[in-house]
Write a protein that binds this ligand. Structure first.
Ligand code: HEC
Length: 156
């Protein structure tokens, strides 16, 4: 074999081997079961936007795009999910302390306003998860209303 061929087959072999190492998945399933949507005042339009644009990385339910069956894309997605969930998991939002809830609501608004969320590397591939200006406002208005109500509770 020539050197170039060796490199090619080497890369192909690594790629094939990677396919056998599928990362564990974030169950898939039905995001309508997310507790947060039922225990918190979440209007339907807010719930829809969150589940379309945020739940893939911030809940226990991910709608996996087909290409995540192929490695290393699945791993890449998996690491976003693990990191995203550790920062904010809507499935566990209920159990956060009041202080944590408030700080997360603030960072929801700020991350949407500065467009760091949903992750730009994700919206690039998933145009449908991008938020329009109107959708951004729906979420930030909602987040500040919930924040207000929590602050009142806190001061009582
Ligand atoms: C493709 C995965 C992905 C999507 C989709 C996504 N996020 Fe994130 N999110 C992450 C990752 C990874 C982090 C942690 C690293 C960082 O902050 O960049 C994060 C961090 C955050 C944080 C920071 C938490 C903190 O306490 O500072 C907030 C808030 C957040 N995301 C909100 C959202 C909202 C709201 C949406 C939907 C509009 C969304 N994210 C969509 C992956 C994602």
């Amino acid at each position: 074999m020539t050197g170039k061929r060796k490199v090619f087959f080497g890369i192909a072999a690594v790629f094939l081997l990677l396919q056998f190492l599928q990362p564990t998945r974030n169950n898939g399933g039905d995001p309508r079961h997310i507790k947060f949507l039922h225990t918190f005042p979440v209007p339907e339009n807010v719930g829809k936007i969150l589940s379309n644009s945020c739940f893939d990385c911030h809940s226990n339910y991910t709608k996996y795009p087909w290409y995540t069956m192929i490695q290393p894309f699945g791993r890449w997605m998996g690491s976003h999910i693990a990191e995203g969930k550790s920062e904010l998991n809507f499935d566990e939002f209920d159990s956060y302390s009041n202080r944590r809830k408030m700080s997360k609501l603030k960072s929801i608004s700020s991350s949407i306003e500065d467009r760091s969320m949903p992750l730009p590397s994700y919206t690039m591939i998933h145009q449908s998860t991008k938020l329009s200006a109107k959708e951004q406002k729906i979420i930030t208005d909602w987040a500040s209303a919930v924040l207000d109500s929590l602050e009142k509770k806190d001061n009582r």
